[in-house]
Unconditional design. Structure first.
Length: 506
């Protein structure tokens, strides 16, 4: 019991000592914490004072900068204010000057109005005096003056036009003559005249009966197969093939020649021979087109264009073979283009193909120039070539220099003497129309068409037409001929004014 009690007492003493020690330690820790917090508070107060000082210094610095900037702004505003005041003063001065100028202008305008009134009054007095002296009214005098001025202006205009034309001819005639003559000399070609009908010689008149056949079956079969008309009349040993398509006429000619050579003439044989003749003509057209393109020097044309070009071998215009004319036009266009610096290749192509529409103009409606341009456009030929084809009869406007070159080459080839032929009726009608146009003008006494219609000479009455009026008359007649007549080449108009003085010795 005693030991247990000692142990309990010892334990209680230990516990009491532990509590005392812990209390001492806690007291010491609390004291250290208080010292540390006091030290932190002191440091914070020191830092707070430093920050307050820095903030005050920054505030003072900002105030100084703001005051400096405000001072500068006040200076600038003062300067602007002074400038504005000066400008206001200047504007006031200008306003005063403008007011003075307006007053002066108003005074000047009033003075001018008074002067106009005085001048008008004086002019009326002068006109009245002139009318009294001249015994003419103002309108009559004005009419006389205008007539005099008009006559003088017309006289001067004709003289000026004559001088300009003379100068232009002197400058351009030599060069134009050189270019055209060079082109014609370098491209000399012969043309043979062909007709719209084809005559075939028969070995004997008995062949006519065989061609007609029993009840006309042979001739009907041949006409149906070829699309032409066979004319068998009283002409000895001759059959005439008539048709609007020269290719069909050529096919009929070849087929009929083969049938006569073979001797077997019946509908079945006719169809067979006509088919072979058509194949031969197609081959001839293709070869002719290729040869034409080779001769002119235009490679790379589409096969369809080559075939259409070959069809022109069997087409004539006023007795001139169209394919030969096209070849010659292409060569002439190339020479002229080389002389004037244009595109030679396109000029050659345009000249060669300018009449390509004539190959199908009996199948398609419209002028052959428009048809040819459509064909060229369909095959994607160059634009300049299309324009040259379309414009070679001036049905559309020129879009390039090669177009008028092709037109000039076409005129040279078609209009030179001997290139084309025309019927007697057409020739006489053209001469009569030419003389009728010349005699339709006032002052013309008589007219004569000479040089196969390439020149018209006009005699005028000298008392009605003076020298200057003669030149005007010639120009007016030329203009009317160009508007109303269709003719190859050019027509020279010569106005002759003859003055005769006749006296009799008695």
């Amino acid at each position: 019991m005693d030991s247990v009690a000692y142990a309990i007492v010892a334990l209680a003493a230990g516990i009491a000592v532990g509590f005392v020690a812990r209390a001492l330690l806690a007291s010491q820790s609390l004291k250290g914490a208080q010292e540390k917090s006091a030290r932190i508070i002191a440091e914070a107060r020191t830092q707070q004072k430093d920050l307050i000082l820095e903030a005050k210094e920054h505030k003072i610095r900002l105030l100084r900068e703001a005051e400096e900037e405000a001072r500068i702004k006040r200076g600038e505003l003062g300067t602007l204010e002074r400038r504005l005041l000066q400008r206001d003063e200047q504007l006031d001065q200008r306003g005063d000057m403008l007011e003075q100028r307006d007053r002066k202008l108003i005074d000047r305008e009033r003075e001018l109005d008074r002067q106009r009134e005085d001048l008008s009054r004086l002019n009326q007095e002068r006109v009245a005096a002139l009318e009294q002296v001249a015994h003419l009214s103002a309108e009559d005098a004005k009419t006389l003056l205008l007539d005099a001025v008009r006559d003088e202006a017309t006289h001067d205009a004709v003289k000026l036009a004559r001088a300009i034309e003379r100068a232009a001819r002197e400058e351009a005639a030599d060069k134009a003559r050189e270019v055209v003559v060079t082109a014609i000399q370098r491209v000399a070609a012969d043309h043979t005249a062909e007709h719209t009908v084809t005559a075939i010689h028969l070995p004997s008149d008995e062949m006519k009966g065989r061609i007609i056949g029993r009840e006309g079956r042979n001739i009907r079969a041949l006409e149906q197969a070829t699309g032409v008309d066979l004319i068998i009349d009283d002409t000895p040993e001759t059959v005439i093939i008539s048709g609007f398509d020269p290719v069909r006429r050529e096919i009929a000619r070849i087929a009929l020649t083969k049938l006569m050579g073979d001797g077997r003439i019946h509908p079945g044989r006719i169809e067979e021979v006509v088919a072979k003749a058509r194949a031969e003509v197609d081959l001839v057209m293709r070869q002719a087109g290729e040869a034409a393109a080779y001769d002119v020097g235009v490679p790379g044309l589409p096969p369809e264009i080559i075939k259409l070009l070959g069809r022109l071998k069997f087409r004539t215009s006023y007795g001139q073979n169209v394919l030969n004319h096209s070849i010659e036009t292409g060569r002439l266009a190339a020479v002229i283009a080389a002389e004037v610096g244009a595109d030679v290749a396109l000029a050659k192509m345009g000249g060669l193909l300018h009449d390509i529409g004539k190959a199908v103009d009996h199948e398609v409606e419209g002028p052959h120039a428009a048809i040819g341009a459509s064909v060229a456009q369909k095959h994607n030929l160059p634009f300049k070539v299309i324009n040259a084809i379309a414009a070679h009869h001036q049905e559309v406007e020129y879009a390039c220099v090669e177009a008028p070159i092709v037109q000039i080459a076409d005129a040279i080839s078609a209009s030179r003497p001997g290139a084309r032929g025309e019927s007697m009726d057409t020739y006489v009608k053209r001469l009569e129309d030419l003389q009728a146009i010349a005699e339709s003008f006032d002052g013309v006494e008589r007219s004569f068409a000479v040089q196969a219609g390439r020149e018209v000479r006009i005699l005028v009455r000298p008392e009605e037409i003076d020298d200057l009026a003669s030149m005007r008359l010639a120009r007016d007649i030329v203009r009317k001929i160009e508007e109303q007549l269709t003719y190859p080449g050019q027509i020279k108009v010569t106005v002759i004014r003859e003055t005769r003085a006749v006296e009799y010795a008695k």
